[in-house]
Write a protein that binds this ligand. Structure first.
Ligand SMILES: *Cc1c(COP(=O)(O)O)cnc(C)c1O
Length: 395
């Protein structure tokens, strides 16, 4: 098509809603939809090209574990949305977390992380890291200066933060993380690139479980890390041996999900705020948290660093464990499932599911009780979600 294309320069926008539509099209030819490249092997044009591709980071047309044109399109789109030089996709969010930790840390390294974290990340830091001689200090991520105080000069390799954090949507001040350790990583899954941009605050790397709102339809298991190109190349070198590279099919669903992330994420944010506001007025609910509520302990910080506060909220039922069990067993429109960011509103009982791997003490430190419920707002009408939750609370 090159011959008769008019020569107009590409439209450049700084709005993430627009970037989510325009990014990641380099290898599309004339196709509007993202293209799936199923081939694991690619013909190399020459001996010299094969030798070069075997030794340089992320060749798109060499061998599947090294790279893939469709996966690269997803990576390019995420990099652009995060304001990053590069990105590497993984077969899951945990694949991305694992690569960040084990690329940067060796026996004797020290990590500072927060108490409130995704359950899998917590298990990796408390279970796997000590086995490999990596020491982890956990801090209250909401306390100003807490990460800085725990840093051991010369020892701390990595500061790992999650914001908003699972499940109580605690917010970490991104401006405090910037230069704390050789490497700072933020898990921005609950915010998506539409909600905040950690790299603009001086953080080195941002990662997502794209399984959640980015792919957005509960049909892809996918992770991604974005940041400076030299760090991404370093992570790529680890990941090519780790083998947790993204499937071309899942990366395709990730890129397709990005195309509609703008309106989906905005609606999920609005719905979460409506549901949280309604829950706050209920007698049988003792605590409600969403970063967009005026009552959130860090509402001002969230307003400063987030464009949109996202679809996840948490609440505490007055009746404890019994009420929690009855509630998740009684929803009809909402689904009892452990994920977030998809079209269906999901209710989760973290103490028995996402965070079941924690000790009682770790759970207490993360604020997870038997009455804690996490809600991921979907795309149904907010009035229907509220009606369903009302019926389940009265059950
Ligand atoms: C789900 C999730 C992960 C892990 O992602 P997977 O794709 O399930 O491996 C990591 N961090 C957060 C905040 C998550 O919600």
């Amino acid at each position: 098509m090159a011959d008769d294309s008019p020569s107009v320069p590409p439209f450049v926008s700084s709005h993430p809603e627009t970037m989510a539509i325009t990014a990641g099209r380099a290898d599309n030819d004339a196709a509007l939809a993202p293209v799936v490249w199923t081939s694991t092997a690619f013909e190399t044009p020459s001996f010299a090209a094969a030798a070069r591709m075997a030794h340089s980071p992320a060749p798109k047309r060499f061998y599947g574990r090294f790279g893939n044109p469709g996966v690269a399109a997803f990576e390019d789109a995420i990099a652009q949305l995060e304001g990053a030089e590069g990105a590497r996709a993984f077969s899951s969010g945990m694949g991305a977390v694992f690569a960040c930790v084990f690329t940067m840390c060796s026996p004797g390294s020290h990590i500072v992380a927060q108490h409130q974290l995704y359950g899998g990340t917590n298990s990796l830091l408390t279970g796997l890291c000590p086995r490999f001689g990596i020491d982890v200090t956990f801090v209250d991520g909401t306390k100003p200066g807490a990460f800085a105080e725990a840093v051991r000069p010369g020892k701390t390799m990595l500061v790992f933060a999650e914001t908003p954090a699972n499940p109580w949507v605690e917010v970490v001040d991104l401006d405090e993380l910037g230069q704390l350790a050789p490497f700072t990583v933020v898990d921005s899954t609950l915010a998506t690139p539409l909600g905040q941009q950690p790299l603009a605050h001086g953080v080195n790397l941002v990662l997502h479980s794209a399984t959640k709102a980015i792919a957005g339809h509960n049909d892809a298991t996918l992770g991604v890390v974005a940041g400076e190109q030299d760090l991404i190349d370093w992570i790529w070198g680890f990941s090519v041996l780790q083998g947790a590279n993204a499937s071309p099919y899942d990366a395709n669903n990730g890129l397709r999900g990005l195309r509609s992330l703008g309106p989906r994420f905005r609606q999920q944010t609005d719905t979460a705020i409506a549901v949280a506001t309604w829950l706050e007025a209920r007698e049988d609910v003792t605590r409600v948290a969403h970063p967009g509520l005026a009552s959130h302990p860090q509402a001002a910080l969230a307003a400063r660093q987030m464009r949109l506060t996202g679809g996840v909220l948490a609440c505490e039922l007055r009746g404890g464990a019994d009420a929690g069990r009855r509630f998740v067993d009684s929803v009809r429109l909402c689904r009892q499932a452990t994920s977030l960011g998809g079209p269906e509103t999901l209710v989760t009982h973290p103490a028995s599911t996402t965070h079941a791997g924690m000790t009682d003490e770790e759970m207490a430190e993360a604020g997870i009780t038997p009455g804690t419920i996490r809600v991921s707002a979907g795309l149904e009408h907010a009035d229907d979600i509220i009606a369903d939750l009302a019926a389940a609370l009265s059950a």
